[in-house]
Design a protein around this ligand. Structure first.
Ligand code: GAR
Length: 204
């Protein structure tokens, strides 16, 4: 297929801004997958909503620019949203990836950028900040992870991909979440790779 056709990857890596709140193992998977010269995407910057995240440390170790925007440092949440948009836009991303970012993105960010989120449950079951705990407490035998487009709701946007994970006898919150994250990292790298290869979503 000609690379001049609309939607086809022109060869330029897809530029990402990855947003994190925690340890950043999903971010690390994206960084590792983008290490080769011909990788389909690059992490241009990493943003966090709090100080001292493992995610920002991982980025700094790889020389990736970072920023922090803490909601409590702004008069209103709308001010936070505007400043987050300014800092994200400064990196000129093609796509924002919310990878363990524990804040709902606001209208300024979502008005300026397409964003995907990774979530540790099979949406539409168990949205929100405690998905693994909620699934375990509900007693489901199969859970997993979802990658979806971000819209104004909480984990409500169109689903791009999902992976299933069995709940084992004796699973704890930690053991189950770790097994989900193994699948989640693969899914996220896969999804972003596919979005880099077929960019028709940029015209949608
Ligand atoms: C991931 O499991 C991600 O799905 C979850 O936080 C974890 C971050 O792990 N996000 C949410 O629960 C958002 N609702 P990581 O920091 O090791 O990538």
């Amino acid at each position: 297929m000609s690379s001049d056709l609309p939607g086809h990857d022109s060869g330029t890596p897809l530029g990402l801004v990855v947003l994190v709140s925690g340890s950043g193992s999903n971010l690390q998977a994206l960084i590792d997958a983008s290490a080769s010269a011909d990788a389909p995407f690059r992490v241009r910057a990493v943003g966090a909503d709090r100080d001292g995240t493992g995610g920002v440390e991982r980025a700094e170790r790889r020389g990736i620019p970072t920023f922090v925007a803490r909601v409590q440092d702004y008069v209103t949440r709308a001010d936070w949203d505007l400043d987050l948009e300014r800092q994200v836009s400064a990196a000129r991303p093609d796509l924002v990836v919310s990878a363990g970012f524990m804040k709902v993105l606001g209208p300024a960010v979502l008005g300026a950028h397409r964003a995907v989120n990774t979530h540790p449950a099979l949406l539409p079951s168990f949205p929100g900040a405690h998905a693994v705990r909620d699934a375990l407490e509900h007693g489901v035998r199969v859970t997993g992870c979802t990658c979806h487009w971000v819209d104004a709701g909480v984990d409500t946007g169109p689903i791009i991909d999902q992976r299933a994970v069995r709940v084992e006898e004796g699973d704890t919150l930690e053991s189950l979440h770790e097994r989900i994250k193994v699948q989640e990292r693969r899914m996220l790298v896969d999804v972003v790779g596919r979005l880099a290869a077929d960019r028709s979503w940029q015209n949608a």
